[in-house]
Write a protein that binds this ligand. Structure first.
Ligand SMILES: [Zn+2]
Length: 200
């Protein structure tokens, strides 16, 4: 519409205005470094995700044995004990969702550079889903925290979070930052530049 909104006080000005006349904030129509930030956070998130799966998530100490289990190993063990529901939730929250998120953010960041092959509504929906599920990825950390505090009460057994829990939390934080750095308006920019109709 030829307008640009101030990101601080939301007052709209004609496109090309350098500073906001109301609050003095610098005006930018688009975050020029959006994709750069998305990829930077994405890579750090992925780097943290690897040790999160390699190192033990839980360290279990009982009177007779010391046990360490990774995320996947722990889920398999839970399934062996018949806790299929919990095993499923853990696999979903710490393997399926994070991997789907890495893929979705990468797909969005790559696809906005390509001239619109349509499907912008689908892309926007994907972006909203990624934003929404971000907070649920922390379920695994909550499971570890609850288990540790519950079992700590018993002096004969003791469960501590392993190094993977810190990497996992960092990975979730960085993928959330990555998704947030993505300027969703970029999805729609290509469409108008190519002259294709706004309703696809
Ligand atoms: Zn302003």
């Amino acid at each position: 519409m030829g307008l640009v909104a101030c990101t601080r006080c939301t007052r709209a000005w004609p496109l090309g205005t350098q500073t906001c006349g109301r609050c003095g904030h610098k005006m930018v129509s688009r975050d020029a470094h959006s994709l750069q930030k998305v990829w930077a956070f994405w890579i750090v998130g992925l780097m943290c995700y690897v040790p999160a799966n390699v190192y033990p998530m839980l360290k279990t100490k009982t009177l007779f044995e010391n046990d360490e289990s990774t995320i996947v190993g722990g889920a398999v063990e839970l399934a062996h004990h018949g806790a299929f529901g919990i095993a499923f939730i853990i696999l979903l929250a710490s393997v399926a969702i994070p991997l789907a998120k890495f893929w979705a953010v990468a797909y969005l960041a790559v696809s906005v550079r390509r001239p619109g092959a349509g499907g912008n509504h689908a892309r926007h929906l994907m972006y909203e889903v990624v934003e929404y599920i971000g907070r649920w990825s922390m379920i695994d950390i909550f499971v570890v925290a609850i288990l540790s505090s519950l079992v700590q009460l018993n002096t004969l057994a003791n469960i501590n979070p392993g190094p993977a829990s810190m990497f996992f939390a960092l990975s979730v934080i960085f993928t959330m930052l990555s998704a947030q750095a993505f300027d969703s308006r970029l999805i729609w920019d290509k469409q108008t530049k190519d002259g294709t109709p706004l309703n696809d």
